[in-house]
Design a binder for this molecule. Structure first.
Ligand code: SF4
Length: 694
């Protein structure tokens, strides 16, 4: 299945899994992939790869692929295969009917980090120009939207500051709420290489992740905090830095806003933020916090890497700002070996955000209320744009349930499986009059769809992805689309059927339009990508070949801004009925909701989600290793098998979410980040009990 013999040619393309964005050579025989070979010239991976990118591409030709458009008038009716034209015309006529009956705001679109930049750009253009509203959102809503918000507030740009290779100049590496050896394996290997060379490691994580010890290194500090207390921990680290005179005063004086720094210094210096006081919240011993803060502030080049363990909280945006505050206070921004580095989960999270697929921002993170920006797009697109922000994904669900949102175009995102509180999402989808799903498989969301438009896998399309280090790389078509159309062509056809023709001969022309309208992309073109191999934005007249390190001479917003970071406990409380906290994460061989990896040979490595539980909690409940357990939360119930392990701390359990039958999101709740509505996947109060499964 994996290796099919001698290749006739190879095509360089980019992995469609995680935000590392590894470059591969797809070795081909005719139109068939025979193997994927990591590209030695790949700027993000230098010839390395993990088991997902290397072996898990067979899903592209899996028999489950749907290759014919389908429609049905009601979701309890069987699907009817139709022509592309019939499906597109039906979707367009339904969207127009709904708008005529219920108003312009009654429909919207969701795009995905699985889409290319060009596809995402077109979805938000379709919603804004053809639907006539700003009801567009992306799956970044449920992962890194707090990164976009928090880094823009503090540093001025919604993106990580470094290139991956920068870690090789780091002397101290702080990893917060990320598990790079499983989630971002090629970068995880690079990070471990640096640790073996002697860099010091601080890990802040409720669970003992593999990274904390390797064959030739040990983490200097594992701050094993209670889930949901990140901000209290960050404030305690900041307290030590401020009260022990560890601030880089020269950097702060030259590069940061004096007033915001003075406010922050006074705030974190308060006794309530001392490590001793914070230990009551975080459960992290004060001496470990003090030692970690001293190491981060004085150990040389110090870099922070963080993941969804930071963002997927009710204070996700606050914690992103707290991380930026720490980096600015210690002068760890603007050169190699330092910085603030969000590890993006999916291949094109960065790109989908860059492309304006948020209800409040046009491409390039410019607010829809800004008349100058709107004017630029209005002239280019020949329409009048709505100055009011549209609905976020959770607002779409609420509006569907109150009867004001009736139609959805959903491309490349399985919201019924990946969004929290599945019951709530399904009820919202069931309440809509026209759901159009564009995907490669008949996913869980398609159970509620009236139109199914077959999508193309990354092997069947041209375009670009942007990885976690802002690196734009080409995705190249190695085989014809199984359903006859690339995804961008489907969006163009839908726009035309809605009476808003778009005219592109190929994706490079979409990128040319993006470059014309987006300052940080002004210098990007397919020709330049061909010549340079990849480009890190901003790429414009000031940086014609791109920008590996941001904020070198000054912050994008001018002066860096310290933001207040008051800790507020999550509303998700443990009680006698729900005494444990459930948190979630990933494993190496599987990817997100498993739509791709479980249709590949990778299931041989891992074929189920497990609940990890500490031996003390397991013994209290009579749970044995490998036994079935029921997990109940305020939202719902599910059943998994248990792994009893000292990786966990007492009172905290953990699961992955790769297999739909596990129903991880049946038990997660509606709680979300105060600024962005990113779901609080990482904190759910639960009870776990042994059950018998027939
Ligand atoms: Fe693909 Fe990420 Fe693995 Fe690289 S590290 S091969 S981008 S999944």
């Amino acid at each position: 299945v994996i290796d099919k013999g001698q290749a006739e040619r190879s095509v360089v393309t980019t992995c469609a899994y995680c935000g590392v964005g590894c470059s591969f050579k797809a070795e081909m025989k005719g139109t068939e992939v025979v193997r994927m070979v990591p590209n030695k010239d790949g700027h993000a991976n230098h010839g390395h790869a993990c088991v997902k990118g290397r072996f898990a591409w067979g899903y592209a030709t899996h028999p489950d692929r749907i290759t014919t458009p389908m429609i049905r008038k009601r979701i309890d009716q069987p699907w009817q295969k139709v022509s592309w034209d019939e499906a597109i015309q039906y979707a367009a006529s339904e969207f127009r009917r709904i708008q005529a009956q219920h108003g312009r705001e009654s429909i919207g679109g969701i795009t995905s980090s699985r889409c290319t930049n060009e596809e995402t750009y077109l979805v938000q253009k379709l919603v804004r120009a053809a639907f006539g509203n700003n009801n567009v959102d992306t799956c970044a809503r449920v992962c890194h939207s707090p990164t976009g918000y928090g880094l823009k507030q503090t540093l001025g740009e919604s993106a990580g500051t470094q290139t991956f290779d920068s870690v090789m100049q780091a002397d101290v590496i702080m990893v917060i709420g990320a598990n790079p050896t499983d989630g971002h394996p090629v970068f995880g290997s690079q990070l471990k290489r640096r640790l073996r060379q002697g860099a010091k490691l601080i890990v802040a994580d409720p669970r003992a992740i593999d990274l904390i010890k390797g064959p030739h290194y040990r983490a200097a500090h594992h701050l094993k905090l209670r889930p949901g207390t990140n901000v209290a921990l960050a404030n305690a680290l900041a307290h030590v830095i401020v009260t022990e005179g560890l601030v880089d005063e020269a950097f702060v004086a030259e590069r940061c806003e004096a007033a915001s720094f003075a406010m922050w210094r006074e705030f974190v210096a308060r006794p309530e933020h001392s490590p001793e006081a914070s230990a009551a919240i975080t459960a992290v011993p004060a001496d470990a916090v003090r030692a970690a803060a001293r190491l981060y502030a004085t150990g040389g080049n110090a870099a922070i890497y963080y993941g969804l363990g930071v963002t997927e909280h009710s204070q996700g945006s606050t914690m992103v700002m707290a991380i930026a505050n720490l980096a600015m206070a210690t002068g760890n921004v603007g050169r190699l070996g330092v910085g603030v580095n969000p590890l993006r989960g999916q291949n094109n999270v960065q790109g989908s955000c860059d492309m304006g697929s948020f209800p409040h921002e046009l491409p390039g993170y410019r607010h829809v209320s800004d008349a100058t920006t709107r004017g630029l797009f209005e002239r280019a697109w020949g329409v009048t744009l709505d100055p009011e922000p549209g609905l976020r994904i959770p607002n779409m669900f609420e509006a569907a349930l109150d009867g004001s949102f009736k139609g959805l175009y959903c491309e490349g995102e399985d919201i019924a499986q990946s969004d929290p509180n599945t019951q709530h999402v399904e009820a919202a989808l069931a309440a809509m009059e026209c759901v159009v799903v564009q995907d490669i498989f008949l996913n869980e969301t398609a159970k509620f769809a009236h139109v199914f438009l077959p999508g193309a896998s990354f092997l069947e399309k041209n375009g670009t992805f942007t990885n976690a280090e802002r690196r734009i790389s080409r995705v190249r078509k190695v085989m014809p689309p199984l359903a006859g159309k690339e995804d961008w062509e489907v969006t163009v056809a839908l726009a035309e059927a809605l009476g808003y023709p778009m005219s592109y001969a190929q994706p490079s022309e979409i990128m040319d339009e993006i470059a014309r309208l987006t300052p940080s992309f002004h210098g990007v073109s397919y020709d330049k990508l061909e010549r340079l191999g990849s480009i890190q934005w901003p790429c414009n007249d000031d940086a014609p070949e791109g920008t590996p390190i941001m904020h070198v001479d000054g912050f994008v917003r001018g002066k860096g801004r310290f933001m207040p970071t008051q800790y507020v406990a999550t509303e998700e409380k443990v009680t006698r009925r729900f005494p444990l906290i459930l948190t979630t994460g990933r494993i190496l061989s599987q990817y997100n909701v498993g739509a791709q990896t479980r249709r590949t040979a990778n299931v041989a490595w891992h074929a189920e989600d497990r609940l990890e539980i500490h031996p003390v909690d397991a013994e209290d409940r009579g749970i044995e290793n490998g036994a079935w357990v029921g997990i109940a939360s305020r939202a719902g119930e599910t059943v998994l098998r248990a792994t009893v392990t000292e990786r966990m701390q007492p009172g905290v359990v953990y699961t992955t979410f790769h297999f739909p039958e596990s129903g991880a999101n049946v038990i997660t709740t509606d709680n979300s980040d105060w600024a962005t509505n990113c779901p609080e996947y990482k904190v759910t109060a639960v009870e776990v009990m042994p059950v018998t499964v027939p």
